[in-house]
Design a protein around this ligand. Structure first.
Ligand SMILES: Nc1ncnc2c1ncn2[C@@H]1O[C@H](COP(=O)(O)OP(=O)(O)OP(=O)(O)O)[C@@H](O)[C@H]1O
Ligand SMILES: [Mg+2]
Length: 322
């Protein structure tokens, strides 16, 4: 069994762009930047754990070679309260003398840029312009609508998406192989299912399952992930498609008793329906119902009654369909 000193997310973090899974278009763009040098300011947008920070480091490593250590400064925008700290750090770094290969620039990585206030972003925009001769910025964020226009227009925007199930699985299998992990297919499927395209989440849950139970199988993964059991939810949906409200509601009650919140339940229900093989038209209506319910719950009406109401609606849809 492998060592547990280094978290696997770090141990298996890709070091070169070639090794980054998925998001081919963005990676290809980064690759051509690496070849030409003269990196533009970049804004990487996408959901958590899909490789944004990793890709920037790969790019920097490919551009700067041995000087990557001195040539890159990583700041976490949300750590620092005001822009002042960021400004001082950036200034100090931008003025530092570092030997980088010809045509290349020093790189400042600013993670979680969307958590900066608008005024901090205004200040950042000036800084970006001031040091453009020596220093380029790579900003990463989950939500580009929180980045002011003035910054967006100074950056080449690269969009990342969630990784698909095959991509996550492929990566996990490589790790299980290297770490000689005992697993079965259902267990791996469960890891992929719960990760929802977030590779960090998938790898962390893999390691957590291995360190707690040694074997990666369906049961163990769900013990670690603490999510409602999808088999149970599948049976709930099955009952709904047969129009059997009472049985569906009874099964669902089990999750309630186990302590899951209506929001947990409905989130998992959504994913189960997405993967459920059923009449497509009906599936879309199911998803719509669940999505509307989720929205209401986020508005504050988060009770079991709402979930039951939703099940009733799903049953009704099936009964009308047949
Ligand atoms: N596309 C990928 N290919 C291979 N491994 C990946 C990929 N994306 C993420 N990982 C794994 O997940 C870890 C976290 O990835 P990374 O820090 O790049 O995510 P991120 O997109 O920056 O997320 P966040 O928005 O939370 O900052 C990496 O250390 C790596 O092990
Ligand atoms: Mg990141």
């Amino acid at each position: 069994m492998g060592d547990f000193e280094i978290p696997w997310v770090e141990k298996y973090r890709p070091q070169v762009l070639e090794d980054v899974v998925g998001n081919e278009r963005a990676i290809q763009q980064l690759n051509s930047i690496a070849l030409q040098g003269n990196m533009p300011n970049l804004l990487l947008v996408g959901p958590p754990g899909c490789g944004k920070t990793t890709s920037i480091w790969c790019l920097a490593r490919q551009m700067l070679g041995d000087s990557v250590k001195q040539g890159v400064c990583e700041l976490n925008a949300s750590d620092e309260r005001g822009i002042e700290v960021v400004r001082e750090k950036i200034k100090a770094f931008a003025q530092q003398k570092v030997n980088v290969p010809p045509n290349m620039h020093k790189v400042i990585i600013l993670d979680e840029a969307d958590s900066m206030t608008a005024s901090a972003q205004q200040a950042l925009r000036m800084i970006m312009t001031d040091y453009t001769n020596t220093t380029r910025f790579a900003l990463a964020c989950n939500d580009s609508s929180k980045i002011i226009e003035a910054i967006q227009s100074r950056c080449a925007i690269l969009r990342f998406t969630r990784l698909n199930d095959a991509e996550v699985l492929q990566r996990l299998l490589r790790i299980t192989d290297q770490e000689s992990v005992t697993y079965d297919d259902k267990g791996m499927e469960a890891l992929v299912f719960t990760a929802e395209g977030d590779m960090r989440n998938a790898i962390n849950n893999l390691q957590a399952t291995v360190s707690a139970f040694n074997v990666v199988n369906f049961e163990n993964v769900f013990r670690v992930c603490d999510q409602p059991h999808p088999d149970l939810l599948k049976s709930v949906i099955q009952k709904c498609t047969e129009g059997q409200f009472t049985t569906a509601a009874d099964s669902l009650q089990v999750l309630w008793i186990q302590g899951y919140s209506p929001l947990d339940i409905i989130g998992s229900l959504y994913r189960v329906v997405t993967n459920f093989s059923m009449n497509e038209h009906m599936q879309l209506r199911y998803l719509k119902e669940i999505a509307v319910l989720r929205m209401r719950m986020l508005d504050g009406v988060c009770t079991l009654l709402q979930v039951h109401g939703c099940l009733a609606k799903l049953c009704e849809i099936s009964l009308c369909q047949s």
